[in-house]
Design a protein around this ligand. Sequence first.
Ligand SMILES: Cc1ncc(COP(=O)(O)O)c(C=O)c1O
Length: 417
Amino acid sequence: MLNLDEIRSHFPALASDTIYFDNPGGTQVAREVIQRTDRYLRSTNANHGGAFHTSMASDATVAEARQAVADFLNAARPEEIVFGPNMTTLTFSISRSLARTLHAGDEIVVTRLDHDGNVAPWLFIAEDRGCTIRWVDIHEEDCTLDLQDLERQITERTKIVAIGYASNAVGTINDVQRAVQLAHNVGALCFVDAVQYAPHRPIDVQALDCDFLACSAYKFFGPHLGILYGKYDLLDSLTAYKVRPAGDLPPDKFETGTQNFEGIAATLGAMEYFEWLGNTFGSEYAANYQGSFSGRALALKQAMAAIEVYEIELNHSLLESLGSIAGLQIRGITSPHGLHQRVPTFSFTLQGWTPRAIAEALAAEGINVWDGNFYALSVTERLGLEEQGGLLRVGLAHYNTQAEIDKLVDALGRLVQ
Ligand SMILES: Cc1ncc(COP(=O)(O)O)c(C=O)c1O
């Protein structure tokens, strides 16, 4: 069980009175992240591959961070982890390499539940290569992905299936395992956007058997850095758009230009935070993972298991509280039995209020929430909400508390009085 006081003491920003419910847009950072950034910039700041001490120390930190992220995602080897500026840029980059393998008439499957970072790159390469885009629809009533439609849209001509692990707009967790199987049945690749899943649940790329998976450290208590996992042989076989004489092997060939070394060091800090959390509060979940994981990898799994359990409690509490507010309509899963199938990201509309006006009213009370479409444009378009300013999004993380939920509900209650 998590001790919230101890957890929160790891986040300097949480010492203020602000209530951070803007987490899906970016979380606060753990002190381990700040310490790693500070240490990197003070004592090992140098470019890659030099014969001198600081460069070697910098390279060693990058190698350690890569191994830690490989443990976090359970990649088979650290070379399967590519660092870059953010998920969007990494996805555009790898999509350009994948485009070279496509031919006119090939098909790419995308979903209406996804952030545009996992849609637009595929639309562009489809246009470049004369491929067809097939859209998977959602069930409007609970914003879950229509799995029958997914099955329909995947055909013998499908080459790539792009799917989100969890929606940044409405919190739905998708059955990614099924999507991977369906893609592989027809010889297609599956690209998973795990940006909104990674802060909330354990990820195991080998168990999923996905071909690519992208996430962003700033969504899981780290710095602004993107991460792309790819199966080694695939990364090896693709052509990278890179300069000479940069390395020909993964991950070097995809890490173009000088990397954000302090961001990579800070990402190691985020892994250290999770490791601490897992060792301190997650040992009761060890039995679920023993035999498969040990050391840091086990601690990371324990951390995410403990976070998952706590966040499902938050899901129940937030759902119940929001349900008591007149005129408030949640978009997404609201059945108490389905709450394990969503991350604690709740979006809603409130009668008589635009999402922006609610966000401003809450900001005046020190409560940070997002409004709009959050770049999940096809969701707000599909729900017919784009013209009305989209949705109001309350996104929780494991450092949020029941007392904070109570303050939110109190503030919302006063708005509708
Ligand atoms: C689900 C999802 N995918 C992709 C992105 C884009 O991530 P990045 O900012 O790292 O490009 C976001 C950002 O909010 C997101 O929530």
